[in-house]
Unconditional design. Structure first.
Length: 371
């Protein structure tokens, strides 16, 4: 028995799908990973998985390139003959759905967030909706990561409701992301650390974060604003290294680059922030909450699912620099014990609602039901 996991990047496979793939492998499935190749694909091989490269233009909307990508994916699936197709991210979901319908391969599609296309209602949004409707028509199972995305697809009549289920995102490994070095010996007059951990994209609210940082730095508060994440140069809303260098030269933010193990960086933060415009379920907030960190996020689909406002963190208005800065000030003015309590309640929420085991077990159950 064989399962194909298809997504738009090796990074996605390593950070979001690896434990799922390991669980599938344990039930004696051959797992083939399919994604655009980069230098990190060897890490998948070292974990014992086969990797098949798929050339894909992630940031482009060129129909000719997409048709060519569909043909390449079709050929791979035709050769591999997997018993199941597990799709993640927009293009693998849509074009993988097309291919599976032709090849009679059962497909399990994960709508892991709607991305930039759905932030504004444009002609491109209408085209993607049409493609989704066709691509998902013969899917065996469709997972959503939040009820807002599910409700939108339901309203637009894009899905068969009998095949739909909502999962708690990709989940978080609460045993790996555990609380340690949580600034317990930190004095009240020490520097306060905010951390934004995400792909460095405008749509993640990085611009709002930087402008809110400007406001707080002008108040002479002892605070540092950190950015952690890789520069997703293939995304249309990516932020250039030149702009980040400029922010660093201004003394507004400190860019920490990318990390294979973010725990040591999260552990030193006092608060983790994500002012994103829209998410599936943001992994960075799950990881921070699992490590007992209070969080600030925008009141938008995906983000609001993770935060119990005023209990495990704070919600702010989307694209609103003043409101984000105000919520940051509120967080800084809380006592150390109040922030500690927020973090502890956040971890309880992760264990009860967002543990990765919930997601993995549901996938295994669906696979078992479809065999």
């Amino acid at each position: 028995m064989k399962i194909a996991l298809v997504t738009n990047s090796v990074w996605n496979l390593l950070n979001f799908r690896l434990n799922l793939a390991k669980a599938i492998k344990k039930i004696n499935y051959d797992v083939v990973m399919i994604a655009p190749p980069n230098k990190d694909y060897q890490k998948l091989i070292s974990e014992g998985f086969r990797f098949t490269p798929l050339k894909m233009d992630n940031k482009g909307i060129n129909p000719f390139k997409d048709i060519m990508m569909f043909m390449r994916l079709f050929k791979i699936l035709q050769n591999e003959k997997p018993n199941f197709f597990l799709g993640f991210t927009i293009k693998p979901n849509i074009y993988g759905g097309f291919a599976c319908s032709f090849l009679n391969i059962p497909s399990i599609i994960n709508i892991s967030g709607l991305g930039t296309v759905f932030i504004k209602n444009t002609l491109l949004t209408k085209l993607v909706c049409y493609l989704y409707k066709i691509g998902l028509r013969k899917a065996s199972k469709i997972f959503f990561q939040n009820f807002d995305d599910f409700s939108l697809f339901k309203k637009l009549n894009l899905i068969n409701l009998n095949k739909v289920e909502v999962l708690p995102g990709s989940g978080v490994d609460t045993n790996w992301f555990y609380p340690y070095n949580n600034n317990t010996n930190k004095t009240d007059n020490e520097r306060f650390y905010f951390l934004l951990s995400a792909r460095i994209l405008w749509d993640k609210g990085v611009g709002e974060y930087v402008n809110a940082a400007r406001k707080l730095l002008n108040n002479n508060r002892k605070v540092e604003f950190q950015l952690l994440g890789f520069l997703d140069v293939e995304n249309r809303t990516s932020i250039s290294k030149g702009i980040i260098n400029q922010w660093e030269e201004e003394g507004i933010v400190r860019y920490l680059g990318n990390s294979d193990d973010v725990r040591s960086i999260i552990s030193k933060a006092d608060c983790v922030v994500l002012p994103s415009y829209r998410e599936g379920i943001p992994k960075s907030l799950l990881e921070a909450s699992s490590m007992c960190k209070p969080i600030i996020a925008t009141d938008v689909p995906g983000c609001r699912d993770v935060v119990d406002d005023g209990i495990t963190g704070l919600l702010c208005k989307p694209r609103d620099v003043d409101d984000l800065a105000e919520k940051m000030l509120i967080m800084m003015d809380l006592s150390k014990n109040q922030r500690k309590k927020m973090g502890e309640l956040g971890r309880e929420k992760m264990i009860q609602e967002f543990d990765e085991k919930i997601v993995i077990n549901r996938y295994l159950k669906v696979i078992e039901e479809l065999v």
